[in-house]
Design a protein around this ligand. Structure first.
Ligand SMILES: N[C@@H](CCC(=O)N[C@@H](CS)C(=O)NCC(=O)O)C(=O)O
Length: 234
């Protein structure tokens, strides 16, 4: 019997924006993948061996090895760059050197500054609490939305400069990463962006793309069980 399983396995959960970023890259390139569930807060021993920082996602390429360290890559940025090399079309990294640098900077900025404020500042204090039946820390979430995020949105608005894409003239890893990470807020809270019209237009356009919408729908299904309605943090 032939093996119909996809080569690429993403270990993690769609609730992670970094898992959704990798899934988005696979969808953009029409590369089959599957997500294998890992609870990163209580992972099996074999997962610790392939995730030195105990983080999701880790990618496995079954065409390289089915188990062990071989054939695995930790960190979403490393994973996405590997998928780009293996499946070059459509390109998600600009050719132009400056545009490439900008795309990689925006990816890093979203993975760090935006993820800290939106993920650690908003998603976790709400979702981790409600999924345990506890009261969410809305003060912390409101502080993140009203104080931590605006200067980050200012940077993104300025970098975008009213364009359709963050780097070069086409969809890139920068657009996918910003949207995947920003949608971590949408999972638990309303995300009004009227103060940043360029970013708002970009966010709306990106959300409509299947490469963003499909992984987000998988996350939303899980999150809505514990939190039927997102909060208003304004
Ligand atoms: N830079 C990493 C970040 C991955 C990351 O922080 N993942 C979170 C889930 S969204 C995680 O695994 N957290 C586990 C923990 O905090 O112990 C990447 O891009 O893959």
């Amino acid at each position: 019997m032939t093996d119909t399983r996809p080569d690429l396995v993403i270990y993690g959960s769609p609730i992670s924006p970094f898992v959704r970023k990798v899934a988005g890259v696979c969808i953009a390139k029409d590369v089959p993948y599957e997500v294998e569930a890992i609870n990163v807060f209580d992972p099996p021993a074999w997962f610790r061996d392939i995730s030195p920082m105990k983080r999701i996602p880790v990618l496995r390429d079954r065409s390289v090895a089915e188990e062990g360290l071989a054939g695995t890559i930790a960190d979403s940025s490393a994973i996405c760059a590997m998928i780009e090399k293996k499946h070059p079309a459509p390109a998600l990294y600009p050719d132009d050197p400056m545009a490439l640098g900008e795309a990689l900077f925006i990816e890093e900025y979203a993975d760090t500054a935006l993820a800290m404020a939106g993920g650690l500042g908003i998603f976790r204090p709400i979702f981790f609490a409600v999924s345990k039946g506890e009261e969410p820390d809305l003060d912390k979430a409101r502080q993140a939305w009203n104080v931590q995020l605006p200067p980050i949105f200012d940077v993104l608005e300025a970098r975008l400069g009213g364009a359709a894409f963050f780097a070069g003239e086409a969809l890139s890893i920068a657009d996918i990463t910003v949207t995947a990470v920003l949608m971590q807020v949408s999972l638990v809270a309303e995300t009004p962006l009227a103060t940043w019209p360029g970013l708002a237009a970009h966010f709306e356009a990106m959300k409509a793309l299947p490469l963003i919408a499909q992984p987000y729908a998988a996350a939303e299904k899980l999150v809505r069980r514990a939190l039927p309605t997102p909060f208003d943090l304004t």
